[in-house]
Design a binder for this molecule. Sequence first.
Ligand code: FKS
Ligand code: ZN
Length: 343
Amino acid sequence: MDLIYSDEHRLQDGAAELIDGRLQPPVECPMRADAIREALLTAGIGTLREPSEYGLGPVLRVHDADYVEFLSRAWELWSASGRTWHALPLNWVGRGMSPVRPESIDGLLGYYSFDAGTPITPGTWRAARAAANVALTGATAILDGAEGAFALCRPPGHHAAADCYGGYCFLNNAAIAAQGLRVGAMDRVAVLDVDYHHGNGTQSIFYARADVLFVSIHADPAHEFPYFSGYARETGAEAGEGCTLNLPLAPGTSWEGGYRAALEAALERLRGFAPDGLVVSLGVDTFEGDPISRFRLQAQDYPKLGRMIRGLGVPTLFVMEGGYALEALGANVAAVLGGFLEG
Ligand code: FKS
Ligand code: ZN
């Protein structure tokens, strides 16, 4: 299968994220993509391909124009304000305040974000655009008849909403790809998000739509980031009522201790929807050795995940999201794709 990859991911290389009350080296770092690429090539999973350039059209079908304009100019505005270091937001709108769009860059950073873990650097916009092109190239492979493809996106995307960044995400690669499949003549598209963290951005983008089903298995937001999205009671709105399914699991969940059953429930819902195409937001931060997460999936569980997804018999684009155990990250991704190919 096609493995789509761009070296431009390296342009997102933050100096620090605010985590656990301290500035620390970002876990979302360039070595992640290098580790995944190497492991996939070693495992003989597929052939490496460069992305094509799709321009901003497909990005603007998912993201608001003012947000895209902000992202494209944020570094320029930040550095014009005299700062030579990376930009992190420091304030957000609180209850009882005015949710207006401020004018200064410091205000805009807070207006368009939801966390302080996502640095904007000189290369952020180019890296984020490249990741969207990687996802769109994968969507094109699926539209051209491939049964599977892998988009090695970095920075990740599933936390980015139509007008909001955070959780290491700027442009929602999976949503841009899913919308690309819709525009490319698939009537019904599903997104299955198996990252440890809830894909709040993807959910919100498709929340009121009946043509894109969003199903997610993730750590219970009562205990885990992003805290304010991903509850089971969130089931969609308006035309999209019933087209969102959240399956939150307790921290500590293992494959047999709840994960497999949740995946079966997710697959059953997906079967009922009968999509023409599937986008999998693939995070392997569900791994027991992940440094920021608390599920207990083991290496041998990842081929089963891939095989069960293949069992749907739907053309599938895997879009890379999280996973931070650098020594096991590549092998776990290769295991999912290997299981899919065998399945
Ligand atoms: C841990 C704090 C963690 C941010 C977590 C972001 C997770 C990002 C991700 C993505 F796929 F987007 F990369 N704060 N105490 O893994 O969901
Ligand atoms: Zn995650």
